[in-house]
Design a protein around this ligand. Structure first.
Ligand SMILES: [Zn+2]
Ligand SMILES: [Zn+2]
Length: 665
């Protein structure tokens, strides 16, 4: 690192350029931004006083990163930027290898951004061409989604900066979210052409190995709690997130307060809107704490939101949560008594197609798009939440999950959430009174029987398996025994022209010798006759000798064939089988009475009886009965889905719409 001393062109005092990347240094004596061009020094103007921020870093601190691929560094400068919505720092770091980067903080997450040659093939769009939500293909750099498009004021600086600009000038920039979870920035400076391109990745503060984070630990201590008295009603308020809170809506009178620059600990609040009573009653205790799905949360604030569809207002509530360990902000959204736990995700990781969004391999179907507006707020917020502010929201669902895009004027964000049964919310925050019962079907509510139906289906599968097994088992074990087998001649009587059909039939009727059926059960009876364009029907009766119990059945053999219009055809069957059920064991005789077409009888018919034959149809009946369960479940699920989608953009006419529906019903 090259430290070069020089004299300030404004005050003559000593200025020091600490790094090779230092183009400007702020004179510690007179606050001139001194630029160097070769050996020539020039004052670009005077920077304003720094505004205190809650950043853990300071100029001069060094870091020995544990994070892979990061060289040891020194913080050589600080750039303070502001928009109408807040002030933040970006820290100019000089790495051991002579390269430089920026260290930035965004809502509790830390990023190291390093300069790369601006995309050239294809080139990055100008500031006037770039649009929120736009997807950019930067070739070798990958794919990016535009999440922010803003202008910020170069308000102040300290130490060295890697660029020359006039203090007080306005910078244009666009933030991009990479498909791989990275972050990128297109810096346009004060004109629409791209000046610089930075790509960064998230780092854990601990992994940066920055020495002396006293300011940070102080902030952590002061962040534990901070109390103030509402300047509107005098009530005592406890802040859970004072280091980041910029807006407080008094939970006693509803008045909206602006916290002073530099965090709530400075304790100079200004009343932005004076209210006499709280605008709505949150269902969760603001300031309360609890553990939900393994994460511990403090409830910071609540936002009442609404959208209007066909002139009807729909309301829902969003509770801002702070995860105490990671300091990440999450949301619990309540609509019609349905709860969803939501967290922000990288926009670049989402890809969309018509009616579809994909995130980390899960496909979410488009559910609805609405314009949400802030109706009222209570509690504390890390951004300047405004009543009446609107957002274009698009929801995509894969129950129990939901994916949402929120488009603001200068920013687009994506979040992902999961349905939480109200009982889980009650338990998480130890609520004394039960939460209201959910109404209707929630947009991402899972079908309530999904879990139990899986168990039910597993059980049905088991039953079906057992049925098949038993059938196969008995089929193998079955004592298939031929109890009767005989060929009955038909030629003589059947073709005797002197006999009437009835007389012929009577002449051919036979009663068998007695035979044994050894086991109770099914009897399989089979006929087989050489019928050829004719038929024979045999009426049969099984007669139990001891009891006289009779079991009647009929058997038919018929076979027709021919050629019709060049096509040969055939129908019927020479051999057929029937089953006689529940025949007790015993001694039987068989009476057989054949009928046939006069003069066209087949020469004979064979008849065979077997006992102990399992019937396939029994198995099929069992399997069919087992199907009723899944069919009923399928109908239930279809009706549930119908009710869900009736509230979506695809309801086919009738109303539907927003997240909640307090007004109708
Ligand atoms: Zn000076
Ligand atoms: Zn108050």
């Amino acid at each position: 690192m090259s430290s070069r001393a020089a004299n300030c062109p404004s005050c003559g005092g000593e200025v020091l350029f600490h790094a090779g990347s230092s183009v400007v240094t702020v004179c510690p004596q007179c606050r001139s931004a001194v630029s160097r061009k070769g050996a020539r020094l020039e004052s670009l103007g005077t920077v304003a006083e720094l505004v205190p921020t809650s950043s853990p870093f300071r100029v001069g601190a060094t870091g020995k990163p544990k994070a892979q691929g990061l060289k040891p560094f020194r913080i050589v400068g600080r750039l303070q930027l502001s928009t109408g919505e807040g002030t933040w720092d970006e820290w100019h770091v000089s790495f051991e290898d002579g390269r430089y980067g920026w260290l930035a903080e965004a809502q509790g997450t830390f990023w190291v951004m390093r300069p790369l040659a601006p995309p050239s093939n294809p080139p990055a769009p100008d500031f006037t061409q770039i649009a929120l939500g736009q997807r950019l293909d930067f070739g070798a750099y990958g794919h990016f989604t535009v999440t922010d498009r803003r202008q910020a004021l170069y308000a102040s600086a300290e130490g060295d900066l890697p660029f020359a600009a006039v203090p007080g000038s306005v910078f244009m920039y666009a933030d991009l979210s990479g498909a791989d979870g990275s972050l990128a920035t297109l810096d346009y400076g004060d004109d629409p052409g791209v000046d610089a391109f930075f790509v960064g990745r998230q780092v854990q503060l601990d992994d940066l190995g920055v020495e002396g984070l006293e300011g940070w630990s102080q902030r952590k201590v002061s962040a534990k709690a901070s109390s103030l008295n509402c300047p509107a009603c005098g009530a005592g308020l406890q802040l859970k997130d004072p280091a980041n809170t910029v807006r407080v809506a008094c939970t006693y009178c509803g008045s909206v307060l602006a916290t002073p620059e530099g965090g709530a600990s400075a304790e100079k609040f200004e009343v932005l809107a004076r209210l006499q009573k709280v605008p709505f009653k949150p269902l969760l205790p603001l300031g309360g704490e609890g553990t939900l799905r393994g994460l511990s949360y403090a409830i910071l604030g609540a936002v009442l939101k609404a959208c209007t569809v066909d002139g009807v207002n729909y309301y829902w509530r969003e509770y801002l949560l702070k995860e105490t360990k990671s300091e990440a902000y999450h949301w619990l959204v309540e609509s019609n008594g349905h709860w969803t736990l939501v967290a922000g995700i990288a926009a670049g990781e989402v890809s969309t197609a018509p009616r579809l969004a994909v995130w980390r391999g899960t496909r979410y179907r488009h559910f609805q798009s609405t314009t949400a507006r802030v109706e009222a707020v209570l509690g504390e917020f890390y951004w300047e939440v405004k009543k009446g502010e609107t957002t274009d929201v698009s929801d995509y669902i894969a129950p129990p999950r939901i994916l949402s895009e929120e488009k603001y004027e200068k920013e687009v964000t994506w979040s992902e959430g999961s349905y939480v049964p109200k009982e889980e919310v009650e338990k998480a925050f130890s609520l004394k009174a039960p939460l209201p019962a959910p109404e209707g079907v929630g947009s991402n509510q899972p079908w309530p029987y999904a879990e139990s139906s899986r168990g039910f289906m597993r059980m049905l599968g088991l039953f079906a398996g057992i049925a098949v097994f038993l059938f196969v088992f008995f089929n193998i074990k079955a004592d298939r025994k031929v109890v009767y087998q005989m060929r009955h001649d038909l030629t003589v009587a059947a073709n005797d022209p002197t006999l009437s059909p009835d007389a012929a039939s009577e002449a051919l009727t036979v009663v068998s010798e007695p035979f044994e059926i050894p086991h109770s059960g099914n009897i399989e009876a089979m006929i087989d006759a050489p019928t050829d364009n004719t038929w024979v029907y045999v009426g049969a009766v099984l007669l139990e000798e001891a009891t006289g119990q009779a079991y009647g059945f009929g058997l038919q053999s018929d076979y027709y064939h021919g050629v019709d219009g060049g096509e040969s055809w055939s129908e019927g069957s020479r051999s057929r089988t029937v089953y006689v059920g529940h025949v007790p064991a015993g001694r039987y005789v068989l009476r057989l009475e054949p009928e046939m077409e006069k003069g066209k009888a087949p020469p004979y018919y064979d008849l065979r009886l077997r006992s102990g034959v399992p019937r396939m149809s029994h198995l099929l009946i069992v399997l069919f009965l087992l199907l009723f369960g899944p069919i009923a479940l399928g109908i239930s699920k279809a009706r549930f889905e119908g009710r869900r989608w009736a509230e979506s953009d695809y309801s086919g006419g009738s109303g539907g719409g927003g997240g909640g529906s307090d007004d109708d019903e």
